[in-house]
Write a protein that binds this ligand. Structure first.
Ligand code: KIV
Ligand code: ZN
Length: 435
């Protein structure tokens, strides 16, 4: 990708700027079919999960958490369908979530028989509130639960490995960001000791902001501290899993990538518990608009949006970054004018520079045509733009002001947005039929 600048041209005269920038895409893991799905009023059925899974593969996800197969028959059946119908490409790993309990581990392994690449995601909760109020367990008890889970997985998972499955471990200290850092490190080290990862078969340590309680810099400090204190850092993939309770899930993830994390878990359009999981689309396209190939294909975002809305029965907000219906519109006259004046300067050998529009809508399959809409707040530039681009009338500059006023008066009297056809009709009535 060369069309976009790595960062905007800003100078801070008194210090080197920028300090750090994200230089490459992380490993992505979609948790739509587990964390996203569990937060739906009506969870997806097996057919919907299959359609969603196929779409995630097409987008380019290489790691996909497909569910919690020991928790429900639907999740178990879905896992079996994926494997038995050969729907999982050879370079894609399916990930399943499981608590550190023997009967759940063995049931999950049954669901995974025949899979080529598996990430077995074990978790238990580690924060003081969870330890005291929910489990009535000491720190040592919590470490023992996690370590026991790992040794049970080693014991029962061997048959799967012998049958040819590439079995990897992910461990999450759930509620990591509310856990004492030293204790989070202690439990991660204990899990890592039990699993014995190598550079060739790394452990994934996923550090969730299960509930977002802090500002993004604090989250990034926590991640950085873990990255610098883990003893087997070279055999560890540090993974992020932010939620969005303070509305800063994306910022928290971006800062934590700068702080050293390798991998990102999230969902399309941020579906998930409460205010949602991290929105993968936004992080990936933010990278894209800084000239970094996210290695995820959002070139037909309308299709992705349609499948998402149908399967989840959730709606995407009209102002949702990149995907919202209104994000490539300009209602204000001065914005319309600047867009009209800057667009002709675009060419394939120049970085994207259209004012007010941070990404070429065509790059994500959206239309140039819908960009300018006219209401009573619009200026003359937008009206001339519509008449020229939609209907082929090249108006002399001297006419722009007058026709702009005619259209604004019409919009005022209607009290509503005008369609390009309304503008065309008033133009024809006032300027063509009259002569
Ligand atoms: O938010 C969370 O902590 C989770 C874990 C199970 C990883 O979803
Ligand atoms: Zn979560």
């Amino acid at each position: 990708v060369t069309k976009y600048r790595p960062f905007p041209p800003v100078n801070l005269p008194d210090r080197q700027w920028p300090g750090r920038v994200i230089e490459r895409a992380p490993t992505w893991c979609s948790v739509d079919l587990r964390d996203g799905n569990q937060a739906l009023a009506q969870p997806m059925n097996v057919e919907e999960k299959i359609e969603f899974f196929d779409m995630l593969v097409k987008i380019g996800f290489k790691e996909i958490e497909v569910g919690f197969p020991s928790a429900s028959q639907i999740e178990f059946d879905f896992c079996r369908r994926l494997i038995e119908e050969n729907r999982i490409p050879a370079d894609v790993s399916i990930q399943i979530l499981c608590q550190c309990r023997e009967e759940l581990i063995t049931r999950s392994l049954e669901a995974l028989k025949g899979a080529k690449n598996v990430i077995f995601h074990l978790y238990n909760s580690t924060s003081p509130k969870q330890r005291d109020y929910v489990f009535g367990a000491s720190k040592a008890d919590i470490v023992a639960i996690a370590v026991k889970g790992v040794s049970l997985l080693k014991k029962h998972g061997q048959a799967l490995i012998d049958a040819g499955t590439n079995l990897r471990l992910e461990y999450s200290p759930e509620s990591f960001t509310s856990t004492e850092l030293e204790f989070a490190l202690e439990i991660c080290e204990a899990v890592s000791d039990a699993w014995q990862p190598t550079k060739a078969n790394k452990i994934i340590l996923n550090l969730p902001a299960t509930v977002e309680y802090a500002t993004p810099n604090v989250h990034a400090d926590q991640i950085e501290w873990m990255c610098t204190h883990l003893t087997r850092r070279e055999a560890t993939i540090v993974s992020l899993h932010t939620h969005n309770d303070r509305g800063t899930g994306v910022a928290a993830t971006e800062l934590a990538l700068l702080a050293g994390a390798d991998r990102v878990e999230g969902t399309l359009f941020g579906n998930g518990e409460r205010t949602g999981n991290l929105d993968l689309v936004v992080v990936a396209l933010n990278l894209y608009t800084h000239g970094i190939d996210p290695k995820l294909d959002f070139s037909d975002i309308n299709h992705i949006r349609d499948v998402y809305e149908r399967c989840t029965r959730m709606e995407i907000h009209p102002r949702h970054p990149y995907a919202g219906e209104l994000v490539f519109t300009a209602f204000s006259g001065s914005h319309q004018d600047a867009i009209k004046k800057s667009w002709p300067h675009q060419s394939p050998d120049r970085p994207w520079d259209v004012i007010y529009i941070p990404i070429d809508p065509a790059d994500i399959g959206r239309s140039y045509k819908a960009i300018i809409r006219i209401n009573s707040q619009s200026g003359k530039g937008g009206v001339a733009y519509i008449l020229e681009n939609e209907f082929g009338y090249q108006l002399p500059k001297l006419m722009h002001k007058e026709i702009g006023k005619v259209v604004n008066d019409l919009a005022d009297s209607k009290g509503a947005e005008l369609t390009p056809q309304d503008i065309h009709d008033v133009f024809v009535r006032e300027y063509i039929d009259r002569v």
